[in-house]
Design a protein around this ligand. Structure first.
Ligand code: ADP
Length: 489
């Protein structure tokens, strides 16, 4: 591929494998790597959270200390650096009072009270890195609300002449439901004049909305699947921002996230007890029996095993899984395994289900990266009944791991999973439409029928395991977009 020489600075509050609460971390890491492999120079700016430096001894102080204004205060910070390859550097923002904490955004269910300051500090540090970098980037690409004010701050610096050659800005919405909403007083931490706080910047219903700042002022907007790009312009999915999104429809592109197949692979994966792939599927059954034993399920490779790994939230439709399983468990031969954490009520309800059906339902509350791999490798089917799903990664991991995804037909789930009614030859999963337990029960029954038919089951599984959602393809779309932003389409 022919690429213009380009330096892109990515700014994000999570970066795999250093910090992660969800798909954002995977997406930013993989985009950075794929863009660097394609010939871009990439710098990623992200916080130095607790424990990162100790766990990754290659990270060193970059020799760059700085002070940044946050309202009336001047807050000092320091960059730490890790060069992953000649074209890919990570700059960690060290500010112990802000980032050396047990959580990324919250403790328990409680958000940190100073999240506006914490992430404006990250945002301003990213601008500083861009501005004084020895080879300044031509694009700054921010991700999610935490750096939502980045396009606005860069725009301000450009138009007021303090940074006339400021880079162009791209902003990606990984999840519109999280907007970073704060009382108006938090505007002071931007150190922008109050005249800039209005309905066409970051003011929204009497509050400061970080994400909105990006929607108005980024040079280009992207989100993480083509279907979600269309959905968020509607009242149903627009989370109150559909008006501005509709206005910027022509600057909004949906680019499906990719999968890092180096990490999510079934052949040489230290997290998996047994290797397998589409051509050598025997190891899949062995992984299933190993997981059944590990999780206290009845060990039997012939029982259809369903799984789910997720944040336990309303978005993910976990309540639908509970209601569907309560209906199916008494009368149906199936097993279910859950790994997740989140809403305490949902956690308790899943634990109660496991207690009611020992040997058939296993639940692990917590976040365990390696167990997630073992579950994907063990399962026959993967449940993803999301009410909305910007992209979703687990359905794509499931496809590669031979766990047939059962998904609500929304966002990236609709874009990555093929239902037999849409294309029988390429079918690799099952769609359902209504966000109800009945619809999910119907889809699970359909999956059980597929399981009963070895030919159909093999067909679905083979299609899934050979589908290609690699980042190389998706990164090429981002690079094309960067090119358009810089040079015009
Ligand atoms: P979201 O970003 O909305 O949480 P995605 O499907 O895009 O959902 O990405 C979730 C990512 O987080 C996946 O890599 C998934 O495996 C991982 N994940 C979520 N919960 C857990 C958990 N409890 N343990 C391990 N990994 C998890």
């Amino acid at each position: 591929m022919n690429l213009p020489p380009m330096h892109v600075l990515l700014a994000a509050s999570e970066l795999h494998p250093f910090s992660k609460t969800g798909g954002l971390a995977d997406a930013v890491a993989a985009l950075g790597q794929a863009a660097a492999q394609a010939g871009c120079r990439v710098t990623i700016v992200t916080p130095l959270y607790r424990g990162i430096a100790a766990k990754h001894p290659g990270i060193r102080r970059a020799g760059w200390k700085f002070d940044l204004p946050l309202g009336k205060d001047l807050v000092s910070g320091e960059f730490w650096q890790l060069d992953l390859s000649p074209g890919l550097s990570i700059w960690f923002v060290d500010q112990p009072a802000f980032f050396d904490r047990p959580g990324l955004y919250n403790e328990g269910q409680r958000d940190y009270a100073d999240n506006a300051q914490r992430f404006l500090f990250l945002t301003k540090a990213a601008m500083l890195a861009a501005r004084y970098h020895p080879e300044p980037p031509s694009i700054i690409h921010g991700h999610d609300w935490q750096v939502g004010l980045l396009p606005l701050l860069v725009h301000f610096a450009r138009v007021t002449g303090s940074w006339p050659d400021a880079p162009r800005t791209v902003f990606t919405i990984h999840n519109l439901a999280y907007q970073g909403v704060f009382p108006v007083e938090a505007w002071q931490y931007t150190n922008l004049p109050w005249s800039w706080f209005h309905l066409e910047s970051a003011a929204h219903y009497g509050q400061l909305n970080f994400l909105k700042g990006a929607l108005y002022l980024a040079d280009a907007l992207t989100t993480v699947s083509p279907r979600y790009a269309v959905e968020i312009c509607t009242t149903e999915y627009g989370c109150g921002l559909e008006g501005i999104l509709r206005r910027r429809e022509h600057d909004l592109t949906g680019i499906l996230n990719g999968v890092d197949y180096q990490e999510w692979n079934t052949q040489a994966n230290p997290a998996l007890p047994f290797a397998y792939d589409a051509q050598h599927p025997a190891g899949k059954a062995a992984n299933k029996e190993a997981l059944q034993a590990e999780m206290g399920l009845a060990v039997d490779a012939s029982v259809p095993l369903f799984g789910n790994i997720s944040r336990l939230t309303d978005q993910k439709g976990c309540d639908l899984i509970l209601a569907a399983l309560e209906r199916l468990m008494p009368e149906t031969r199936l097993q279910f395994v859950l790994l997740g954490s989140g809403d305490p009520e949902l956690q308790e309800a899943f634990q109660a289900l496991a207690a009611e059906y020992p040997g058939k339902v296993a639940v692990r509350i917590g976040f365990h990266a390696r167990l997630a791999h073992r579950i994907e490798a063990a399962c026959d089917f993967y449940l993803m009944p999301s009410r909305f799903e910007p992209c979703g990664l687990n359905q794509m991991y499931s496809l590669r791991y031979g766990a047939i995804p059962i998904v609500r037909c929304t966002g990236g789930l609709a874009d990555s999973v093929t239902d037999p009614r849409d294309d029988p030859d390429r079918a690799n999963g099952i769609h359902f439409h209504e966000p109800t337990a009945e619809a999910l029960v119907w889809a699970i029954r359909k999956a059980l029928a597929v399981h009963e038919d070895p030919e159909a089951f093999r067909h679905f599984r083979l299609n899934g395991m050979t589908a290609d959602f690699s980042w190389e393809k998706q990164a090429a779309e981002y690079l094309r977009l960067y090119g358009d932003v810089l040079h015009g389409p």
